[in-house]
Design a protein around this ligand. Structure first.
Ligand code: 5GP
Length: 125
């Protein structure tokens, strides 16, 4: 893939400890922290520590260890925050990639949203 990673993005600065964050969970390869502008009672951002721009970039180029670490961290956060869909009304996982999705921060991140009804995924045109 031809993605170019900008190491001056805000999440890279968070990973380097240059900007504070409200950490929810941290593992060897993954960091999760609360969104600074939460859009739901639960709004956690989950990011890999590696330099991946988008979800497809991460899925294509991350190691198996990074991929599994990320996925298990997502599951652990859902359980910790009480939003797993088997025992609660559930949650939404969103990852915006590129201009059409209005990705603001060019470091792959998964939004985990829950704690209130979230409506349809997209407004119908
Ligand atoms: P995107 O539009 O790229 O999918 O989402 C970027 C998210 O990052 C937004 O929800 C925004 O509120 C969040 N965000 C931007 N800057 C910061 C920051 O410095 N700290 C935290 N915790 N979240 C941030």
């Amino acid at each position: 893939m031809a993605y170019t990673y900008d190491d001056q993005n805000i999440f890279a600065k968070i990973l380097r400890g240059e900007i504070p964050n409200d950490t929810v969970m941290e593992t060897a390869h993954t960091l999760a922290f609360n969104d600074i502008t939460p859009q739901a009672p639960v709004h956690v951002l989950v990011i890999p520590k590696g330099p991946y721009v988008t979800y497809d970039h991460f899925c294509a180029e991350a190691s198996d260890v990074e991929l599994v670490d990320f996925a298990r961290t997502v599951a652990a956060i859902c359980a910790d925050r009480g939003v797993t869909a088997d025992t609660s009304p559930g949650f939404r996982a969103i990852s915006n990639a590129g201009d059409h999705a209005v990705q603001e921060v060019p470091h792959f991140h998964m939004h985990l949203l829950g704690g209130r009804p979230l409506g349809r995924m997209l407004a119908r045109a």
